[in-house]
Structure formats: C-alpha cells, structure tokens
Design a protein. Structure first.
Length: 202
C-alpha cells in the first residue's frame, strides 16, 4: 500500500502471483482490448486505430485514460503527458485516471513511487505528467506519449505556440504517440503545423 492509500500498490510491495494472475497480466500487456475489460470504461475509439502515431478527432477522456494505463503497463522508462486547456482541467483528468487505476487489482498495477496532484512516478520507470497547453509547461521533458484534450477551447495563438514548441520534439521518435481531441472543425492552423512534423505519413 502506498502512503496508506487503500488499493494502491507501492513500488516496494511484493506480490506472490498465482499462475492464473501471471497469465492474465500477460494477456493484458499484449492486448489493449483485453486489458480494457478490467478498466470497465466506455471507450469509443476503434481498436484498429491505436497503431497510428497521430490520432485526432472525437477522443473521449475514457479513451485517453484507458490507453495511458495500458501504455504504462506494457512499457517502461517512458514519459507520458496529459494536457488540457487549463491546469485545473489537467489535474481533473489525472484525478479521474487515478480513480480508475486504483480500481485495478493490485497484481495488475505496476506499483507507484510518487503520487501527487500533477504527476505519478511508476515503479517500472514510467512517469506521468499533467500540464496546461502552455508552450513552456512541458519544456525539457522527453515525452513519448502526448495527450491533448479539448484543444478547441484554447486560444489559437496559445495552441500555435504549444504545438510549435512541443510537437517537433515529441514526433522525433518513431515510437512516440500523440492523441488530440477537439480538433474537428478547429482552425486550419493546427492542421498545417501537425503536417510538418514527423507524425505525417504514419
């Protein structure tokens, strides 16, 4: 238990896995769809789109949370960033993700080393950060997964600076992912900027 939080596995906790649990963990690691059964979220994004590096459109919070938690389970030593128009919104997204994570069986959790209002450090080396869409909010971090929520609610000049400062860095790795919700019907500026990054042609 991490810092007395019921249901939250600490990074130092040792679990005596049963053979069945080992099999279940493997199935969850290798299948997002199978893992999603444990989350019990009403995700809407088609499973066959998840291999794309840049996903935009009608992406829900539940989609973002489900993918983020599966990515955390199936990878290590990566940095994931959740962004929203305001820091309050971003913290709300992280809070909702935490509620879902704690509901997972402890044998399916990776364990945590740090659990704050703006970040989580997992025992497998993954780090989860939240920020508003300020161009300097995530500067200096090597981000492999970037989740952008409700960009249509952000001023065009702000989102312009945000994308210009962050997307070229995030998209530089061929393993990186970026999900953007709220771009349907949004300004052409975003499309033009995203087109010149390495996300194109995936």
């Amino acid at each position: 238990m991490h810092k007395g939080i019921e249901g939250l596995k600490d990074g130092c906790d040792v679990i005596d896995y049963t053979e069945e649990q080992v099999k279940e963990v493997y199935k969850c690691i290798t299948s997002y769809e199978y893992f999603n059964k444990y989350l019990k979220l009403n995700t809407k994004l088609p499973y066959d789109t998840l291999d794309q590096r840049l996903i935009t459109g009608n992406i829900t919070r539940e989609d973002m949370i489900a993918y983020t938690l599966h990515y955390n389970l199936s990878s290590s030593d990566r940095t994931i960033a959740l962004t929203s128009p305001t820091m309050k919104d971003a913290q709300s997204l992280l809070s909702q993700l935490k509620e879902v994570y704690i509901q997972l069986p402890e044998w399916l959790q990776t364990g945590v080393e740090s659990w704050t209002k703006t970040s989580i450090k997992f025992a497998n080396g993954n780090r989860l950060l939240v920020s508003n869409m300020s161009p300097c909010g995530l500067r200096g971090y090597g981000i492999q997964v970037l989740m952008c929520e409700n960009v249509h609610l952000v001023d065009e000049l702000v989102i312009d600076d945000f994308v210009k400062s962050l997307f070229p860095v995030v998209s530089a790795s061929r393993f990186s992912k970026c999900w953007v919700s709220g771009v349907t019907g949004f300004n052409e500026q975003f499309d033009k900027i995203s087109e010149v990054t390495s996300f194109t042609g995936v």
